[in-house]
Ligand binder design. Structure first.
Ligand SMILES: C[S@@+](CC[C@H](N)C(=O)[O-])C[C@H]1O[C@@H](n2cnc3c(N)ncnc32)[C@H](O)[C@@H]1O
Length: 287
């Protein structure tokens, strides 16, 4: 996918988020998860433990309906909160639920605040953006020096794993092989190149299928190595990282040993800072 095609896809995605009023209700009905989730609580605790500012300013990028705002505020006494999202319907719901907090419609890839914040976070957002590198530019521009950036992102570091957005191709063997090969190549390239490889940005099912499933709007299947590298180039260092582990079907399964072996290789060859997991929760500190 070239730059022009990416821009066209971005326009369609923006329209999708603007016009798909049912999107956030669907997430609720289908996922039915308590928010903030345990994963999010873990990230918030890690942010709160490392935040050095008194009465910190907190900015959430891609806040949706603002379901986690109270969760993070309860850990940061005196903090202020602002949430930004592309979806007017989600922002309207957020404002209704929490009229005392500030929520605005914005393109987070282009967002430049008058005052950078002490804490910026984006949960389950980067993988939905066509220009993730621009979102990371915005994270850098909107985080104070010494401030924190928290991200939760599903990872595509296991090349043979088909992401939910491509579930309709699961039984298509030639597609699976091509997908695994292109991911493997991408993972190798991310070690040596300094930009997002647009060939792994894909048209999501959400734009061509009426049936809605969570993550049908997944566009960018990110890699842990790439994420750390892109963040580092923008002045961030890893302060903390964890993730949803790869789980064997039952204890003592051969997959346990395979996972341990993979984890060791991963740490030596790819990233000593970021664990090999299916979802990454990471806190960066801005230099
Ligand atoms: C999977 S939802 C996650 C929402 C929220 N963080 C949560 O966990 O409930 C992804 C969100 O990213 C927002 N989004 C995607 N691209 C965006 C962009 N360029 N600017 C602003 N918001 C964007 C969508 O509107 C959507 O609300």
């Amino acid at each position: 996918m070239n730059e022009e095609q990416r821009r066209r896809l971005q326009d369609r995605m923006t329209r999708y988020y603007r016009e798909t009023a049912v999107y956030h209700q669907n997430i609720d009905d289908t996922v039915g998860e308590v928010r903030p989730s345990d994963e999010e609580k873990g990230l918030f605790r890690a942010l709160a433990a490392r935040c050095m500012a008194e009465r910190p300013s907190v900015v959430e990028l891609g806040c949706g309906r603002g379901l986690t705002a109270r969760g993070i505020l309860s850990l940061l006494p005196g903090a202020t909160y602002e949430g930004y999202d592309a979806s007017p319907s989600a922002i309207a719901l957020a404002k209704k639920a929490a009229p005392d907090l500030r929520f605005e419609v914005a393109d987070i890839a282009a967002l430049r605040l008058a005052r950078p914040a002490d804490v910026v976070y984006a949960n389950y957002v980067l993988e939905h953006t066509v220009f993730p590198e621009h979102v990371l530019d915005a994270c850098a521009a909107n985080t104070k020096p010494g401030g924190l950036l928290g991200l939760i992102v599903p990872l595509g570091d296991l090349p043979w794993e088909i992401p939910p957005s491509k579930r309709d191709r699961r039984r298509d063997v030639p597609y699976r092989v091509a997908f695994a090969l292109s991911r493997t190549l991408h993972l190798l390239r991310t070690r040596y190149t300094s930009h997002v490889d647009p060939s792994i940005i894909d048209e999501p099912i959400a734009l061509r299928d009426d049936a809605w499933q969570p993550d049908d709007d997944l566009v960018y299947w990110s890699s842990g190595i790439e994420l750390v590298k892109l963040a580092r180039q923008r002045g961030f260092d890893v302060a903390w990282a964890t993730g949803r582990p790869l789980r064997a079907p039952r204890e003592g399964h051969a997959l346990d040993a395979a996972r341990d072996r993979l984890q060791r290789i991963w740490r030596v060859t790819a990233s000593p800072e970021v664990p090999l997991t299916t979802t990454l929760s990471v806190v960066f500190r801005k230099r």
